[in-house]
Ligand binder design. Sequence first.
Ligand SMILES: Cc1ncc(COP(=O)(O)O)c(C=O)c1O
Length: 364
Amino acid sequence: MIPMVDLKQQYAALKPQLDERIAACLASGHFVLGPEGKAFEHEISHYLNCKHALGLASGTDALILALRAIGVQPGDEVITTPFTFMATAGAICLVGATPVFVDIDPHTYNIDPNHIEAAITSATRAIIPVHLFGQAADMTAIMALANKHSLRVIEDCAQSIGATWEGKMTGSFGDIACYSFFPSKNLGCFGDGGLVSTNRDDLAQTLSALRNHGSHVRYYHDMLGYNSRLDELQAVILRTKLPHIDIYNAQRRQVAEWYNEALRDLPVTLPSLHPHALPVYHQYTLLSEQRDFIMQQLTQASIANAVYYPIPLHRQHLFGNRYQHLSLPHSERIAQQCFSLPIFPEMTKEQVDQVTHVIRQALS
Ligand SMILES: Cc1ncc(COP(=O)(O)O)c(C=O)c1O
């Protein structure tokens, strides 16, 4: 069996340190907003090269709090991609605003900046690019548009920790960046966890209150907030893993190279890299018109596989017929042809060979 991601191996490799630090945390009696969380925020802000980082309960909360912090309100519009996990658009809806979907670049699968300007109205407040599968969206073009139209930018970095655009960390371009530490993410904790980062002092202050019931000083509430803190145990786990993230990401790139090499001559579309982006391969995603057959063969050979994402968000049932007349052909085609293969830092060349052998057979 080859899984999509092997979390047991990662735990086994770090077990002595993790067990010791988790036990120390349990013994400390600090569980929420304590020294581990503070230390983690300090360390990750250094890694992300940003001024402020705040641990939260999830990546979804990170998006919700970021939207609240920049003042998005009911009636506002937020431009984003339809080819992402539901949380990106869900957060927009949950603050009462309207997601405005624009089509993706057919090569990188990220929001296509060429379509953004036509979607801007007097109600537009912000753009949320998603660095999908660990490859940066075109932040040069997106920031130029945002500046021209005085829009705020929230980067969804749930899949892109450590990825860069023109040598700069994803998350360091917009007003706020949002991260997820869901266990299967490139940097994952042992439950749910998330983070916001920003270089703006005013936004950091607001975010800090928003995660703690709208309070800067205990029992004094300045705004309506949430209970959304990264707990101390998750901070301990993330502090233990953070020093390894660049190695994990480099190992993922190595696995992707093995895949590219082995699949190059087959009639599948390999991941297409933008020359300005250094990716971290949260997913290794291919396109094929025969995807269902290939996936069936992989499953039969006990090799995990998945479709991220089968339904573009403007076609999701929950929206009813709100986007009925919206046609986003690249998103719609790619959702029908994409499938992702196992990829994780510990994956071996032999495992990659097993996967590619099955794909080769399926297409022969
Ligand atoms: C692109 C994207 N945005 C947001 C999220 C939400 O993160 P979380 O699951 O931590 O709430 C995810 C996680 O799956 C994601 O992939």
